[in-house]
Design a binder for this molecule. Structure first.
Ligand code: KIV
Length: 283
């Protein structure tokens, strides 16, 4: 979309223009910079950071402080993409007032442009209140990782007609509540297409097939930096982990064998100063 800051209006317009929206995750400044340089539309500072950066088993333990810390770093790197801050578990579930206060903190203290939260029909009133407070919201339906245990684990959602209809209802409720776009995670591809057709706001898929309005992937999955498990819907565009391990091993060998640091990596001292120093030590 060029070099000017991408807005929520640009994202809405992309659906009208049938132009696919490109979204990735980032958790720190270097990855924010790289996403910017790659020219993606949206960078999500996802609470997936709990798993791919912090080594946790899920996203439940991620706090507001973790999110603010990482959103600040990513925002510094992203001049053009829209930056979305993920609301962590229990930062919006306790009351509408808590949700507005915490959404505001992610924007004011983190510096993101928009917040994202998980949930369908049940969370529509919360979303409506945050939007009314002046904070744009992206929804997240289908598989919602923060409540994955209640959904039977990290599993595809909307398998039968009844469950699929509930997801269509969730999407419509989110649109009515005022989201500017929504994530649809881990649903059958035909359902992805039905949801994208059912609402006028962009539906960005992750494991929701190709007939949605855009795609998002967790960057650490997509580049092979995190390979503890690889969901079916992930395409690995590179496998960066072995390259990093090889570099560390080569460095280790070099240090042990005194191949590093070489002359070009070392600072020099004038001969005269060195001699003077040696004399001073001997005295
Ligand atoms: O936290 C995250 O990275 C997400 C994506 C999977 C959409 O919510």
């Amino acid at each position: 979309m060029g070099n000017k800051k991408i807005t929520i209006q640009d994202i809405r317009q992309a659906k009208k223009d049938h132009r696919k929206i490109v979204m990735v995750t980032a958790y720190d400044y270097p990855f924010g910079l790289m996403a910017d340089e790659a020219g993606v539309d949206i960078v999500l500072v996802g609470d997936s950071l709990g798993m791919v950066v912090m080594g946790l088993d899920g996203t439940v333990e991620v706090t507001m402080e973790h999110m603010i810390h990482h959103i600040r770093a990513v925002s510094r790197g992203c001049k053009t993409p829209l930056v979305i801050g993920d609301m962590p578990f229990m930062s919006y579930n306790t009351s509408v007032r808590d949700a507005i206060i915490n959404a505001g903190r992610l924007m004011k203290e983190g510096g993101c442009d928009v917040v994202k939260l998980e949930g369908g029909v049940d969370f529509a009133p919360t979303i409506e209140a945050i939007v009314k407070a002046g904070i744009p919201v992206q929804g997240h339906i289908g598989l919602t990782p923060q409540t994955a245990s209640a959904l039977g684990g990290f599993k595809m959602q909307g398998k039968d007609a009844k469950a699929a209809k509930r997801i269509v209802d969730d999407a419509k409720a989110l649109e009515d509540a005022g989201v500017f776009s929504m994530i649809l995670e881990a649903v059958p591809a035909p359902l992805g297409e039905i949801v994208a057709e059912a609402v006028s706001v962009p539906v960005i898929g992750i494991g929701a097939g190709s007939q949605v309005d855009g795609q998002v992937l967790v960057t650490h999955d997509m580049i092979g930096l995190f390979d503890k498990f690889i969901p079916k819907f992930v395409k690995q565009y590179t496998k960066i982990r072995p390259t990093i391990i090889e570099a560390m091993k080569a460095y280790k060998e070099d240090v042990i064998n005194q191949g590093f640091p070489a002359q070009e990596h070392s600072f020099n001292m004038p001969d005269k100063a060195l001699e003077e120093l040696k004399k001073m030590i001997q005295e």
